[in-house]
Design a protein around this ligand. Structure first.
Ligand code: HEC
Length: 168
């Protein structure tokens, strides 16, 4: 009984800490991305879906973009720019054919997890966004992080440098 209680408070603490800490990516666990110092946010796998996406070859991936509570609220209210504390995460997998039903596509091996954290002061020079790309939970190298903002900046200036629109 006591143990169960303890485990429960730990879970609650983790959840609370997760949401508060991940804003600046400083929740104490995991390695940070070069340049931006962004971490994989706690609990992102339980976040709400914003939209799926598919990437053609050579990458040939299925993707899902999810957001924290602030992100979902901003999408719901069509708030732009996204407020500080918004976190967007893009999960990606190899696109494979279902072995059970040919016309169906399913996720294969996980490839990258990418993160964008909004902090308009800290990341003022990159549209207010800090970027992180993780492979097996480890941040990718600095060269890869130099590419992030340039592509987002060139193509989605009119949407706070965010590609993904909410899929109803
Ligand atoms: C050559 C263009 C390009 C580069 C470089 C790029 N992205 Fe993106 N990014 C996209 C596109 C296009 C999407 C929309 C979803 C999709 O098609 O996968 C996206 C989506 C995202 C999203 C979901 C939010 C959104 O804007 O839709 C995150 C998070 C993200 N990228 C992070 C990164 C990080 C981190 C890097 C650098 C390591 C990076 N991106 C580099 C093109 C790019």
């Amino acid at each position: 009984m006591k143990l169960k209680h303890l485990a429960m408070s730990a879970a609650v603490a983790a959840a609370t800490w997760g949401t508060a800490g991940l804003v600046l990516g400083d929740d104490g666990g995991g390695e940070v991305s070069p340049i931006y110092g962004v971490k994989l946010p706690e609990g992102y796998r339980q976040w709400a879906l914003i939209a799926p996406a598919q990437e053609a070859t050579p990458l040939n991936e299925l993707r899902a973009v999810v957001g924290n509570g602030l992100a979902m609220k901003a999408y719901q209210d069509s708030t732009l720019p996204f407020p500080d504390g918004t976190v967007l995460v893009k999960l990606a997998w190899k696109h494979v054919q279902s072995p059970e039903f040919e016309p169906a596509s399913i996720p294969g091996a996980a490839t990258t997890v990418q993160v964008m954290v909004k902090d308009s002061q800290r990341y003022a020079s990159t549209g207010g966004w800090g970027f992180g790309r993780f492979i097996n939970g480890k941040p990718a190298d600095e060269a890869q992080h130099q590419t992030c903002f340039a592509c987002h900046q060139a193509r989605v200036q009119n949407h706070d440098w965010v590609f993904t629109r909410f899929a109803p």
